[in-house]
Write a protein that binds this ligand. Structure first.
Ligand code: GRG
Length: 283
């Protein structure tokens, strides 16, 4: 559903300026898991709401996520040549086009969110959800986290500092994906509190398993010891806690996340499955 909607909503590749629309589509359709839109739609299901009217909003989260990856890969940031096994956007289209494709994805995301007006969602709730997305992607989330992450490069940091980086850099967008699903579906304060705690624990589990995949992947590819990274020294959970303790922490966070869904009925099963899938994920 999300892929179809993204295809429908994004400008066609032959529309001018072609290079912009092709660069946007190249990164959006490069094989992402669609975790953030799935979280929003699954939250609506947990609250027994039809999720279809929220599809443009869910797609907006994927556009914001894609923009963040394009910009993160740029030479001024992580300087990566590959993303999901393909050349990064700037390697394929050039740096200036990649910057603009990222900018266009971020701004178009707000058009998509506004597109949900009048679809049985109160205007106040829609504005509330958009406001949370703006903060989660920006000054209370992803951008602040990215700045903290860059400042921490090649430095020894504490577990608390690592948690701060991840809570903002990646956790905030997961949190807002779930909260926006709740807000748009008319969740009450108590439901929203439970859903937020689910998202925070799920985000933590995601980040720990992401770090584990990184170091285990590096080890397999390069025969390097766990925790070493010759490009830029970045703190990771396995580097700070060791592999086994990191795995245990991830399992604990998944269990906690699922416990916070106790007040919800069988409709919350997709949210439970998202959390469980993190334990054995391979990408
Ligand atoms: C440049 C403003 C700006 C922010 C960048 C989120 C971020 C901040 C950078 C991403 C760097 C990174 C790879 C972080 C690890 C966690 C993460 C976001 C992994 C990718 O998310 P998935 O697994 O990606 O959901 P897919 O490929 O499935 O879409």
């Amino acid at each position: 559903m999300v892929n179809q909607q993204l295809d429908f909503l994004l400008p066609a590749p032959e529309e001018k300026p072609q290079i912009l629309h092709q660069a946007m589509r190249y990164s959006v359709f490069a094989g992402g898991k669609r975790l953030r839109p799935v979280l929003l739609l699954a939250t609506a299901e947990a609250l027994e709401k039809a999720s279809a009217p929220f599809l443009p909003f869910a797609c907006a989260l994927e556009l914001i996520h894609t923009y963040s990856l394009i910009h993160d890969d740029l030479p001024a940031m992580d300087d990566d040549d590959l993303r999901r096994g393909l050349p990064t956007c700037h390697k394929k289209f050039g740096e200036a086009q990649a910057i603009l494709a990222g900018d266009a994805l971020l701004t178009y995301a707000f058009n998509l969110m506004i597109m949900c007006r009048g679809k049985g969602i109160s205007p106040d709730r829609l504005l509330w959800a958009i406001d949370e997305v703006a903060f989660g992607a920006g000054l209370k989330g992803m951008i602040v986290g990215q700045v903290a992450d860059m400042s921490a490069e090649n430095k020894a940091i504490s577990l608390d500092e690592l948690k701060y980086i991840h809570r903002h850099k990646t956790g905030a967008l997961f949190r807002v994906s779930v909260r926006a699903g709740g807000i748009l579906s008319g969740a009450d304060d108590d439901q929203l509190r439970h859903l937020t705690s689910y998202a925070e624990n799920m985000g933590l589990a995601f980040q720990i398993t992401d770090d584990i995949l990184d170091v285990v992947g590096d080890e397999k590819k390069l025969g390097k010891p766990v925790g070493s990274d010759e490009k830029k020294q970045k703190a990771t959970y396995p580097a700070l806690l060791g592999l086994e303790e990191s795995k245990a922490l991830a399992r604990e966070a998944v269990e906690q996340a699922i416990r916070f869904l106790d007040p919800f009925g069988p409709g919350a099963e997709p949210l439970r499955q998202v959390a469980t899938s993190l334990i054995d994920r391979e990408s």
